[in-house]
Write a protein that binds this ligand. Structure first.
Ligand code: GDP
Ligand code: ZN
Length: 330
């Protein structure tokens, strides 16, 4: 009997990639046109919780995960297996307003199996915010995900500030794309980078992320303004990430529900490693416990003084160092 059941199960097992998660519903993409609504049984959740032990994450399944599911007769699915992730972009979960939750902030996985992150920013309205860019760069570097920067609205850049930031970030090795939606500028180069990759787009509100995605992929008509929805049970749920298939090998993950990213699980002592241009200096500090902030004989501070490291990046570093809740990250 059991064996028969097992065979039945095997026959129907289907592989797909998670497109979006709403409350307890997992929408799994199995072809360019087919999405199956799946559930994640408690049994599977517990199995993964046990396996991960202390490393247990709140998001056992995230957008971008490859999952296997069994198809029910009614066309819905039941997830039975989750593939190991290549990588994941996480943030500290937001504190619940008015909640009594204390202690470490949990990890929220924004998406998994990402090839490229594109940080969308604008040079003006809103003004370019290098601190925000640096924060995402740290999150990406700590997850070993390739990161790129889009500086949008260059049509508003009368004083040519974008050149300064392009030089700074390209100088430390990041791809920088300067774009303008109304002038349709800068997108040819960008589109080449997207091909055959899973590309996550993140941007603060108003920078033009939806405009860019709609210009690049008009057929998708991404409903990026739709940030939240009510589930059938009337609970308020936030739609965080959304995966779209462009072609068989090219995917875009939009992040309309993610308005800020606080890097997760970073200790103060490691932070400097995620500022890539600091790395060559880290071995030369007088103290091996140097936090590159105020210590005498710090090679990073010396490099800042000698203009080998930009003051803006150093300020971002100090700013982040101060906000890291040491000992509360795990
Ligand atoms: P999002 O919040 O990042 O998704 O931003 P939107 O795509 O909704 O764009 C915010 C506003 O900026 C809209 O009024 C857009 O028309 C405008 N916008 C987007 N891209 C550009 C651009 O390259 N140049 C200019 N001048 N305005 C833009
Ligand atoms: Zn130092």
């Amino acid at each position: 009997m059991y064996f028969k059941g097992y065979l039945k199960c095997l026959r129907k097992m289907i592989k797909g990639v998670v497109k979006k998660i709403e409350s307890k519903d997992y929408y799994v993409l199995i072809s360019s046109e087919e999405v199956i609504r799946c559930s994640l049984p408690g049994k599977i959740k517990n199995k993964y919780k046990k396996e991960k032990g202390k490393q247990y994450r709140i998001d056992i399944v995230a957008v971008g995960d490859f999952v296997y599911f069994n198809l029910n007769d009614d066309g819905t699915g039941v997830i039975v297996k989750i593939e190991e992730r290549k990588n994941q972009l996480s943030r500290k979960a937001l504190r619940i307003k008015g909640g009594s939750f204390r202690g470490a902030r949990l990890e929220q996985v924004i998406a998994a199996n990402i090839d490229n992150i594109f940080i969308v920013s604008s040079i003006s309205s809103p003004q370019f915010n290098n601190r925000v860019v640096d924060r995402i760069l740290v999150a990406a570097e700590s997850s070993k995900i390739k990161c790129n920067i889009i500086i949008n609205k260059i049509d508003l850049d009368v004083e040519n500030f974008s050149e300064y930031w392009t030089e700074l970030y390209a100088g430390i090795g990041y791809n920088v794309f300067c774009t303008s939606v109304p002038e349709n500028k800068g997108f040819n180069k960008l589109i080449d980078y997207l091909k055959n990759n899973v590309n996550l787009f993140w941007g603060a509100s108003g920078v033009g992320k939806s405009s860019i995605l709609n210009l690049l992929f008009p057929h998708l008509s991404l409903k990026t303004a739709e940030v939240s929805k009510y589930s059938s049970k009337g609970q308020h749920t936030t739609v965080t990430s959304l995966l779209e298939m462009i072609d068989k090998k090219t995917f875009v993950i939009d992040t309309p529900g993610i308005r800020e990213i606080d890097p997760f699980g970073i200790q103060g002592i490691d932070l400097a490693h995620y500022f890539v241009e600091f790395i060559p200096y880290l071995e030369s500090c007088r103290f091996n416990t140097c936090t590159h902030f105020h210590e005498p004989g710090c090679a990073v501070i010396k490099a800042v003084e000698e203009n080998k490291i930009s003051m803006e990046r150093f300020e971002s570093y100090v700013n982040l160092l101060n906000t890291i809740e040491d000992g509360m990250n795990f």
